[in-house]
Design a protein. Structure first.
Length: 141
């Protein structure tokens, strides 16, 4: 995808998942696509440790831009959408919690239970269920 700014175009690649876009008032916006979630369980079904670390690094790159606006790829319509820092922090925390629990849990059900204790307020729990079963071969045996 390309995002046209008044100075240049920047490509959004699948690895970095963000683009730095300035507007006329000098504010920075960040288009996150599926890289940021707001109030919804993150889609982690087809990830491994390295992919999760890469996603966290991408979130960190976006946060370093100090954007005023982050457009979450998936959002609970009842959550606030105007706090870019909170959206990025919550996405990072969710991915880190999931990654940590993958190394401690022995079954998908246990992973789901532990994630729900930490992130039960998020919408679309089916996504968590799918992720837990999607990474089942990575769980401790």
């Amino acid at each position: 995808m390309l995002f046209r700014t008044r100075r240049a175009s920047k490509a959004l690649d699948s690895r970095s998942r963000f683009a730095d876009c300035g507007d006329r008032e000098g504010r920075t916006r960040s288009k996150r696509g599926n890289g940021a979630y707001n109030g919804i369980h993150c889609w982690l079904a087809q990830t491994d440790h390295d992919k999760r670390l890469g996603w966290v690094a991408s979130v960190d790159k976006t946060a370093a831009l100090k954007p005023k606006i982050v457009v979450a790829g998936h959002k609970d319509p009842n959550t606030r959408g105007d706090d870019a820092t909170a959206i990025l922090d919550a996405t990072r925390t969710y991915i880190q919690d999931f990654d940590r629990l993958v190394t401690k849990c022995t079954t998908p059900a246990e992973l789901i239970d532990e994630m729900m204790k930490l992130h039960g307020e998020r919408g679309n729990p089916y996504t968590l269920w799918t992720a837990a079963y999607g990474v089942s071969q990575q769980l401790q045996r």
